[in-house]
Design a protein around this ligand. Sequence first.
Ligand SMILES: [Zn+2]
Length: 273
Amino acid sequence: MYDLTSFQEDLRQLYQDGAQVFDIGYTYLGRPIPCVFKGNPDGAQILIHASIHAREWVTTPLVLQMMKNYDGACGVWCVPMVNIDGVLLCQQGLSSISQSGLKEFLLDVNGNSTDFSLWKANARAVDLNVNYNALWGKGAQNVTYPAPANYIGQFPFSEPENVALRALTERVKPAVTLSYHARGNVIYKAFSCLDPNPDGAQLISNVTDYPLFDTYDSTGGYKDWYIATFQQLGLTIEVGDNDVPYDKLIDTLPAIYERNKNVLSTACKIIGE
Ligand SMILES: [Zn+2]
């Protein structure tokens, strides 16, 4: 298990080693959302984020390990756990929720099961990665009611976690963004008819040995919004083997890290620093 204590210990180590650690906003339940910064704030910038989907929490220790070992010239802004409420719900179930009305709501949305280990959404059952303003609501798997996954929310950017990540992105204007998800060992690039930097995408594919695919019938994600808004390289990187259960992916973290250890330095080269 990689729990909140492990997360806070990783943040503390990064801070002690000279990284900046600050909050970019608050989750629906009021938990602060940390961000880690390393590198040069004046040159080209990279934004990396993880755990926007709750059950994919293995991506948090992955990106933090990448940050610990990063010493390149680009500035790197890392939001290691966008969906903290969802991750805690996934790992701890309803004991992570204090409001009784919300407990009843989540139990109902989860089909009266107290097992939330496959939950993807945030704490009000919105799937954060279909809530961005990029062909919002047009994805093949979208649903329009609260659900463990795929609920688009009442309107684009209805969720505070996404408002915070949007504000950070608009402020630092990254030249590349890396969105970490699980599973599948693949990389998705491009959005709609926009494919801003196919050569850069190919370099990341080469260095990870993850095959590259164009995004197909999926909309409203962070990457989609970033590409549509900034027309620069945005990638969704899906780590981990499909036959490993989500809560066991952590046991394969060393192998996952091995494939991703050169991603930040390669991204920095792509954007010319
Ligand atoms: Zn995901």
